[in-house]
Design a protein around this ligand. Structure first.
Ligand code: SF4
Ligand code: SF4
Length: 138
């Protein structure tokens, strides 16, 4: 298979299982995320941080409910059109450029990631993808 022919869907298709929306790890929200999501849920950025976030050090991350899921998980992502950058870009993250084997480790926790692709091919594809605007892809 020629890597130029590979599409995102060929190596990753979200199964909407919600596994990545549960457990502490902290879904970081950027300033832009805060403004966009606050507008989507009809509140002000300050109120959004107070009501929907918790602090990880000095940085806000999305809060979790008692079930340990993100407060915006309700069988599906309730803010999907404006979900944080971190959620939009998963699993194409920069640490893959450091070590492509991170893909296979991440895939243990994400059933949407294919693992039957060689590291060499995967690396070429991911290098290409990360040089694009990730936010436009999903
Ligand atoms: S763990 Fe993977 S397949 Fe499941 S919802 Fe998250 S991104 Fe989608
Ligand atoms: S914002 Fe949506 S995709 Fe991101 S962790 Fe919360 S429920 Fe999951």
């Amino acid at each position: 298979m020629v890597f130029k022919e590979i599409q995102t869907e060929d190596i990753f298709q979200c199964k909407k299982c919600g596994d990545c929306c549960r457990g502490y790890g902290g879904t970081c929200v950027t300033e832009k995320d805060i403004i966009t999501i606050a507008d989507y849920v009809n509140t002000k950025p300050d109120s959004f941080v107070a009501d929907y976030c918790q602090m990880s050090g000095k940085k806000p991350v999305l809060a979790q409910g008692k079930n340990r899921y993100c407060v915006f998980w309700d069988g599906l992502c309730m803010i999907h059109p404006v979900k944080p950058y971190m959620c939009r870009t998963w699993p194409f993250i920069n640490s893959l450029l450091v070590d492509i084997n991170n893909w296979y480790i991440m895939a243990q926790f994400c059933p949407g990631m294919r693992t039957d692709i060689s590291p060499r091919l995967l690396e070429k594809y991911i290098q290409r993808e990360l040089s694009d605007d990730l936010t436009k892809r999903r």
